[in-house]
Design a protein around this ligand. Structure first.
Ligand code: ADP
Ligand code: MG
Length: 320
């Protein structure tokens, strides 16, 4: 099979996402030339997905294209930023017919999500190597309105934009854990096709005192807000938004670690003062606890007992 690097770029990556007026020069030159907004901060985030670590060889390439961009857009959402541009560095073990099909699927998943949020793919790098995908995203947010991790204050409510534990349960099922019978398509979608909470992120400008997206597990990610803000929290586990299938699993196995430390949820966790409580409920956000002056994270189980979650979450270098 002879397909050159340049043919690959041309065929699969040259026109992904939406074309934008602020792209002076896109793919095909030494640099992309981009016009940032003069009065706003440029928000930048990057994430890598490595085969065997973040995804498996048999995973659907279209979902992977979606997820590689979605996890980055989720970071922009957590900053309250509006996405604009993306770059993509991809390492491929080789090129055969199967790999070309894989690339077509990957590109189509990436393209569909990019178009939905007005993102343009403006550059990247294509090399030979163990399969890995790195996406960087760039967006805009007015400096003073950017959502950060360090602004939570005692008395603030703690909110979640949606359910936690679905992706972790889908992963357990895939690892062979018996989670009972039923239709698992929603659960699988939560793992493979996360939806970045971009609309909510921009609505939280000027409302949330601190925010983060939940990628490594609620306890660990909320822990980052608490640490950076110099505060603690009490969570009411009976207020955690759980899908029926996760709620049943938690009850059956008494396993609160699943929703608290599972990860891959890509919901927003944020804090806000109580004056915004009604508005946040209208936006579909769930109030799950409150910020305390006393440091540390205390979780109250529905039976009134305290549960101490593993706050370390997923840590790549834990076993080194
Ligand atoms: P250079 O050698 O100057 O770095 P490359 O040959 O790596 O340029 O890339 C040629 C053009 O294609 C550049 O504009 C680069 O940004 C773009 N490009 C390369 N790989 C990708 C990719 N995977 N996705 C998007 N654009 C890419
Ligand atoms: Mg290059």
């Amino acid at each position: 099979m002879s397909v050159s690097e340049f043919q690959l770029i041309q065929r699969y990556f040259s026109s992904l996402g939406q074309s934008r007026g602020d792209v002076i020069l896109g793919i095909g030159d030494d640099c992309a030339l981009l016009r940032p907004r003069p009065e706003e901060a440029l928000a930048v985030s990057i994430d890598t997905l490595v085969e065997g670590v973040h995804f498996s060889p048999g995973d659907d390439p279209e979902s992977l294209g979606h997820k590689a961009l979605a996890v980055n857009l989720s970071d922009l959402a957590a900053c309250g930023a509006e996405p604009a541009w993306a770059t993509l560095a991809i390492a491929l073990p080789g090129v055969n017919t199967e790999r070309l099909q894989w690339l077509a699927g990957f590109a189509s998943g990436f393209d569909a999500l990019a178009r939905r949020y007005g993102v343009s793919l403006v550059g990247g790098d294509t090399t030979r190597g163990a399969l890995s995908i790195t996406v960087q995203v760039h967006g805009f947010v007015p400096d003073a309105l950017a959502l950060r991790r360090d602004g939570a204050r005692e008395g603030d409510g703690i909110y979640l934009s949606g359910m936690v534990g679905d992706a972790a349960l889908a992963l357990r099922r895939r690892q062979g854990v018996d989670i009972g019978g039923g239709d698992f398509s929603d659960l699988e979608a939560r793992l493979h096709r996360p939806e970045p909470r971009l609309a909510l992120g921009s609505q939280l400008r000027g409302v949330a005192t601190a925010a983060i997206d939940v990628s490594d597990g609620l306890a660990a990610d909320l822990g980052h807000i608490l640490e950076r803000s110099g505060v603690g929290a009490t969570l009411d586990l009976s207020a955690l938004p759980l899908s029926p299938i996760v709620a049943a699993f938690v009850t059956r196995h008494d396993d609160w670690a699943l929703p608290l430390s599972g990860g891959d949820d890509y919901e927003l966790c944020f804090t806000a003062s109580n004056q915004h409580r009604a508005r946040l409920a209208q936006l579909g956000c769930h109030r799950i606890g409150r910020v305390t002056a006393e440091p540390g994270l205390r979780c109250l189980r529905p039976d009134g007992e305290i549960f101490a979650p593993l706050v370390s979450g997923y840590e790549h270098f834990r076993h080194d």
